[in-house]
Design a protein around this ligand. Structure first.
Ligand SMILES: Nc1nc2c(ncn2[C@@H]2O[C@H](COP(=O)(O)OP(=O)(O)OP(=O)(O)O)[C@@H](O)[C@H]2O)c(=O)[nH]1
Ligand SMILES: [Mg+2]
Length: 185
């Protein structure tokens, strides 16, 4: 086995304020950001150890999207996989998932790219507008991985990026074990 971590570039996309930066920072720096600073664009690096291998992840935390946002080339060229984030407290952010996925596929010119669908903010029980099954149904339709998560409580945050690596590895090593299953907390 080679000791050099394999470079993997991951873009985190979704509507505004769903927690893209919070879950990225929780994963990379192990703390929760309570205040809200809208992102322009940030890149984070972290070595992910997964299934006995090391991956040098470059994680691109992008600006929140709306229906009119244009996917620029830095979100499409050289990206190995996409983390698509919505908030379980916002049906509108869930609807945005379809719009963003369509843009990614149109840009990529393929029918499938490695993707993990993430329903964040599960700690906000009273404000839930989407069930775990809503996310799971969409992920099944798209043949992608999914999980719910809470950046605040650090629940399933590592899992997001492990699922992402597994989805990417599926395309690079098509014969490896299928690991794209959903986890529901
Ligand atoms: N309760 C709760 N709040 C969260 C969670 N994740 C993020 N937030 C809060 O939601 C707000 C927005 O979080 P951000 O991480 O900045 O959202 P974003 O998607 O990066 O926003 P943009 O960069 O504008 O697109 C902040 O006040 C966070 O503290 C979570 O899991 N639970
Ligand atoms: Mg942000």
């Amino acid at each position: 086995m080679s000791n050099t971590p394999k470079p993997r570039t991951i873009a985190v996309l979704g509507a505004r304020a769903v927690g893209k930066s919070s879950l990225t920072i929780q994963f990379v720096e192990n703390h929760f950001v309570d205040s809200y600073y809208p992102t322009i664009e940030n890149t984070f690096n972290k070595v992910i150890r997964f299934r006995g291998q090391e991956f040098a992840a470059e994680i691109i935390d992008t600006a929140g999207q709306d229906e009119h946002s244009i996917l620029n080339s830095t979100h499409a060229v050289g990206i190995h996989g996409y983390v698509l984030v919505y908030s379980v407290t916002s049906r509108q952010s869930f609807e945005m998932m379809k719009i963003i996925r369509d843009k990614i596929l149109a840009y990529a010119g393929t029918e499938w790219v490695p993707m993990v669908l993430v329903g964040n903010k599960t700690d906000l029980h009273m404000q839930r507008q989407l069930s775990a099954d809503d996310g799971k149904a969409l992920a099944t339709q798209w043949n992608c991985a999914c999980t719910e998560a809470s950046a605040k409580h650090n629940e399933n945050i590592t899992r997001i990026f492990e699922l992402m690596i597994a989805e990417i590895e599926k395309t690079l090593n098509p014969n490896s074990e299928d690991m794209g299953s959903c986890t529901i907390i």
